[in-house]
Design a protein around this ligand. Structure first.
Ligand code: SF4
Length: 274
């Protein structure tokens, strides 16, 4: 197991916290759990939670549809301009009253900055209107029924399932939440753990059913790292042979054909009858 988590991993890097933990491996009841156990040996085993919920929401909105490398500077610039470390409500207050153009300019490096500025201002207004303070929102995320919290987060314009699930995991510390980003969506369909044509929500349902609640958090963050290092979108490591991927014996390689070097989305492989 390694604690070698990259600083730029906005979903779970050093800024995302996480506490080293140990979970029993080797008794995996499902292939999904066996994959997560191996990721735990390869990278890290951690538990998450404890981030401020509103800041976590801001961070995750900034990371939508872009790389952590692009969104981290936007996050840093936003925090420098709008956060007051001595006032828990400072960030939400400041964003609720922010000038749209100025905020958009501050977060420009994250891409889609006009849209994201609108989402952040609206979210700040809603959180303060409905919870009274960022602290109360934080408590709500940590303590209320996860499905209720998830529904409320999804009701915010610009907040989709991955963003809501990241807030539940990294702020709420909720077990049994396995956020599905583009890496997770690709990897578990290639592995054959989820159906090839499963959408993000269907992949999430499989993982949250088959992976024990306590392992879902590091399953998410370590999968992202695995997607970057081994099972990338265009050049999965197994194109160089099964010995190049530590997950090869657990994988059905759906959509990956090392013989021809052809790589397609698993859904397209299924419709091709391959
Ligand atoms: S064997 Fe290939 S497709 Fe399967 S997890 Fe490894 S790199 Fe991805």
């Amino acid at each position: 197991m390694s604690d070698d988590e990259p600083d730029v991993n906005i979903s779970g890097g050093s800024a995302g916290g996480g506490t080293a933990a140990e979970f029993a491996a080797g008794a995996a009841d499902t292939r999904a759990e066996a994959v997560v156990d191996r990721l735990g040996e390869l990278y890290w085993q951690k538990t998450y939670g404890g981030q401020d919920a509103f800041e976590c929401l801001v961070r995750t909105v900034l990371s939508q549809n872009t790389s952590d490398v692009a969104s981290q500077p936007a996050h840093d610039a936003l925090m420098e301009r709008y956060a007051d470390r001595d006032d828990a409500d400072g960030l939400a207050d400041a964003l609720a009253h922010a000038d749209h153009g100025e905020l958009a300019d501050t977060i420009r490096s994250a891409g889609l900055y006009n849209q994201k500025a609108t989402v952040l201002i609206d979210a700040a207004e809603r959180v303060l209107a409905e919870h009274g303070s960022a602290d109360a929102f934080d408590e709500y995320v940590r303590e209320r029924e996860p499905a209720t919290v998830r529904d409320e987060l999804l009701d915010l314009d610009g907040v989709g399932p991955k963003t809501a699930d990241c807030v539940l995991l990294f702020a709420g510390g909720r077990g049994g939440v396995f956020p599905v980003d583009t890496h997770v969506h690709r990897i578990y369909r290639r592995l054959g753990v989820a159906p090839p044509d499963a959408d993000h929500e269907a992949v999430r349902a499989v993982l949250e059913r088959d992976v024990p609640a306590a392992k879902c958090g590091f399953g998410h963050t370590a999968s992202i790292q695995f997607g970057r290092e081994y099972c990338s979108a265009r050049k999965p490591a197994c194109l160089d042979g099964p010995e190049a991927c530590p997950m090869a014996d657990l994988c059905e390689q759906v959509g990956v054909d090392p013989g021809s070097g052809r790589v397609v989305d698993p859904a397209d492989a299924a419709s091709d009858g391959r």
